[in-house]
Design a protein around this ligand. Structure first.
Ligand SMILES: Cc1cc2nc3c(=O)[nH]c(=O)nc-3n(C[C@H](O)[C@H](O)[C@H](O)COP(=O)(O)O)c2cc1C
Length: 388
């Protein structure tokens, strides 16, 4: 096993171990992938201020997200089909998050179901909701998340319709994979993945199959998903969902200060500044680039989180120093999971925490809560000068 020192190392192992179709599914953005690329490269435009001769003992990355204690303000983002990246992937990622002391968010489009994750963990996790046209199904899903004692509902607002990822269409993405000659040839080179997957609790969409009438196979599921996401979702419907849930709510997928103001007005507990990891509106600005404007608009009214493009503790630090109270990682934990299962997710979290802690120290800070604009060198025109 090679020495693993950063998230990219995990990505290399992940790429070797997991069938191409699922690697491509994670490692793609929509259309030209401009936003997907910008998400990471824009972090590099921000530089850090080195401070010296500061007592660096007694440092802590501990903080809170929506009032919940966290070892570091880095939650695992909802990622569909996580259980195809590694057998029982959602259960393993949730266990790693629990042991580390950070929140795990289960996607509506997970492989392991809400109940399976709840049975295999003790810490409450967050549940991410995609809204569907079938209101009864959505109500039942919300009730299932309540029964599983989920401690927050994360409502995703930026995927009423799906942004196109070319590779998913070309690969015929499905769960479990359809056995075409090309898929079989690729699977034969991923035998560890295959053997582990044979022992998995589940290989289809656990929150859907068996919970929706007439869904028995993945072919009808694919059709159902395409037909069922609710394109009419608007702020009125969001408000109703929040009432129905009655607990803590995080609104995910905000990239515009007007939308951030609406979310604050509705009384959500937090927003996630996010472009879905560059998977939806290609050509949109990166999350880190819009964060300062959103902080100016709602920073005093609502807790602000950020995701999209985070690959290191330095990236986390930059988001926190620009005002975010928390961050989410998607691909960074998927690389770890695909590479080494639960242990790989733990490794990803350890890498990010170590980077965050050391970078914080070299910036002359001892506590993540003290990070601020004073730690950064932000290019004058970072937000960009755009005309409407
Ligand atoms: C493979 C993959 C699947 C995803 N599935 C979902 C999902 O089911 N629900 C959701 O709200 N976001 C989903 N996202 C978006 C993530 O929650 C998160 O916003 C994104 O991964 C952050 O960007 P990063 O991967 O660069 O960290 C997905 C992202 C990836 C990479």
């Amino acid at each position: 096993m090679p020495v693993i020192t950063n998230i990219q190392d995990l990505k290399h192992i992940y790429e070797r171990r997991v069938p191409r179709m699922f690697f491509d599914y994670a490692e793609s953005g929509s259309w030209t992938e401009q936003t997907f690329r910008d998400n990471s490269s824009d972090f590099e435009d921000i530089r850090l201020r080195q401070r010296v001769a500061v007592d660096m003992t007694g440092r802590t990355t501990a903080s809170q997200m929506i009032g919940q204690d966290v070892t570091m303000p880095v939650a695992l983002a909802p990622v569909g089909l996580t259980g195809m990246q590694h057998a029982d992937g959602e259960i393993k990622a949730a266990k790693a998050a629990e042991a580390f002391g950070v929140p795990f968010t289960l996607s509506t489009m997970s492989i392991n179901s809400i109940e399976e994750v709840a049975e295999n963990t003790t810490a409450p996790f967050w549940f991410q909701l995609y809204t569907m046209k079938d209101q009864d199904y959505v109500s039942r899903l919300i009730q299932r998340a309540k029964d599983a004692k989920c401690s927050a509902l994360v409502i995703t607002l930026d995927l009423q319709i799906l942004g196109q990822r070319h590779k998913d269409l070309k690969n015929g993405l499905s769960a479990p994979p359809k056995l075409t000659p090309r898929t079989i040839a690729n699977l034969m080179t991923k035998w560890t993945w295959g053997i582990e997957m044979l022992g998995a609790k589940r290989r289809n969409f656990g929150n859907i199959v068996g919970h929706v009438d007439n869904i028995t196979d993945t072919r009808s599921l694919g059709t159902w998903t395409a037909e069922q996401f609710d394109p009419s979702l608007d702020w009125g419907k969001v408000e109703k969902l929040m009432d129905q849930w009655g607990g803590k709510v995080i609104l995910k997928g905000i990239l515009d200060s007007e939308d951030a103001k609406m979310a604050a007005k509705l009384g959500a507990d937090a927003i996630v500044v996010s472009n879905h990891g560059g998977r939806q509106l290609d050509g949109a600005l990166s999350s880190i680039r819009v964060l300062p404007e959103i902080m100016d608009a709602v920073g005093n009214d609502i807790e602000v989180h950020l995701d999209s493009g985070i690959r290191s503790g330095q990236d986390v630090l930059k988001a926190l120093a620009l005002g975010a109270k928390g961050t989410f990682i998607g691909r960074a934990f998927v690389y770890g999971l695909g590479a080494m299962g639960q242990k790989g997710v733990t490794t990803a979290l350890e890498i990010i925490q170590k980077e965050l802690d050391t970078t914080m120290a070299l910036c002359g800070e001892r506590n993540v809560s003290d990070l601020g604009r004073h730690n950064l060198l932000v290019p004058k025109d970072f937000g960009g000068s755009w005309t409407d």
